[in-house]
Write a protein of this length. Structure first.
Length: 425
């Protein structure tokens, strides 16, 4: 008999014979530990190939965490480094956020202007294989590790889209995935399209710089805050982004197993606070941190939400280090909107439900089947007007032409001053 086998058996006998038991619960716990040790020894003594005890125990830990929920997991040293890269630096990959749904690996959202986005991957797509290996039963972090890799190397995914009849193979060349998460475009003079792709360690500072840069040139009349396909990220960044648009009140609170574990995050008035009218765009790819922001702005009546219901990832994970340098990612709480709504598995519902319709006519103009004066034969043409310095760029025209949700958001922002006047009368 191996020495470690003998030590494990002696330890269990010691617990059985000497340790005092005061309750049935403690006896049940001992029985569970005894069974685990028994299975461990059986594998070590009888499995067809010799297995390392440390490897077996790590496998047991992985399985134990995997059975809790889709977001709890064991994190080895390599995975921990990857997670740190996600939020603070470049990493080699295809630019995609993935999750587990109904035991299947699914795309939560591709990151804009990355190989995954350019390859046409969409939220909800199922990834059936990675380089020919089935993802059935594959742990989330194992899938992340297989999809990532050095810049220039390709990975082949077998993908089944939600409305497709059969899967397709997509070969994607990895690249350095940028960490920048904030973009700003002027839709019209004074009206800006503010896109946040995810919540990294630098997101709030990026956002402040972009807003300051624009406000130095002209006043901000309205903001379209675009959180579509934003998979979340750091909780503190979601809170600080929300705080930028709120002067006071609750942003979000988290609640663990015990009542004393409740933690509240509130807005504080600052000189940088932005008071411009807002419309927030959301969809099924908006998850976690983006749901915190959307829920806070909705509950505080600070913004109008337009689009489709969000993903519904309302749980908080903590990275807890272990003695050997690895860690576990453990779900420790759920988060709630200011009005006490749980987002978990429910998501945030928009105030105005508007599915995305990317329809364009051949001439590049947005599709519009309604009869208008301009469509009548022999209609009187509008007089030519001189070009203005604030004329929209072609990029913005194309963006508005193909995005009905963004067009509606801009129209709502234009109407807000008039709506407020009517309410005051």
């Amino acid at each position: 008999m191996r020495i470690n086998h003998l030590i494990g058996t002696i330890a269990i006998l010691f617990l059985l014979v000497i340790a005092p038991w005061n309750s049935q619960a403690r006896e049940d716990k001992l029985d569970a530990l005894k069974m685990f040790s028994e299975v461990l020894h059986l594998i070590e003594d009888n499995y067809v190939h010799e297995k390392d005890r440390e490897e077996l125990i790590r496998g047991a830990i992985k399985g134990m965490l995997q059975n809790l929920d889709p977001h709890s997991s064991y994190v080895d040293l390599e995975q921990l480094q990857m997670m740190q890269e996600d939020f603070s630096g470049k990493f080699g990959g295809i630019g995609i956020q993935i999750g587990i749904r109904n035991d299947r690996l699914v795309v939560i959202s591709p990151i804009e202007d990355t190989p995954a986005h350019e390859a046409g991957l969409e939220p909800g797509d199922m990834i059936l294989e990675i380089d020919g290996e089935s993802t059935q039963g594959m742990a989330l972090m194992d899938a992340v590790r297989k999809i990532r890799g050095p810049k220039g190397e390709a990975v082949e995914l077998t993908v089944l889209s939600e409305e497709a009849q059969s899967p397709r193979k997509v070969k994607i060349v990895r690249d350095d995935i940028p960490v920048h998460s904030v973009r700003i475009n002027e839709l019209e003079p004074g009206y800006v399209h503010l896109r946040i792709t995810d919540f990294k360690a630098t997101t709030t500072e990026e956002l402040k710089k972009e807003l300051q840069r624009y406000s130095d040139e002209r006043d901000i009349k309205g903001i379209v805050l675009d959180l579509r396909n934003n998979p979340g990220g750091l909780l503190d960044q979601a809170v600080s982004v929300s705080d930028l648009f709120l002067e006071e009140g609750m942003i979000v609170y988290t609640q663990g197993r015990e009542k004393v574990q409740r933690k509240e995050y509130k807005a504080r008035k600052r000189a940088m606070d932005v008071a411009s009218p807002m419309v927030v765009l959301i969809n099924a790819g908006s998850a976690s941190g983006s749901e915190i922001v959307a829920g806070a702005l909705q509950d505080q009546n600070r913004a109008l939400l337009v689009g489709e219901p969000t993903f519904g990832k309302g749980s908080v994970q903590s990275i807890i280090p272990l003695s050997d340098g690895s860690a576990i990612k453990l779900t420790i709480a759920l988060y709630y909107t200011p009005e006490g709504r749980s987002i978990q598995a429910e998501g945030i519902a928009p105030d105005i439900h508007m599915p995305l319709q990317r329809k364009q006519r051949k001439d590049g103009e947005p599709d519009d089947s309604n009869l208008r004066e301009s469509l009548l034969q022999m209609h009187i043409e509008q007089p030519e007007r001189p070009e203005r310095e604030d004329e929209l760029t072609q990029e913005v025209k194309d963006l508005l032409a193909e995005d009905n949700q963004l067009r509606l958001a801009l129209e709502l922002l234009r109407s807000m001053p008039r709506i407020q006047e009517i309410r005051l009368q």
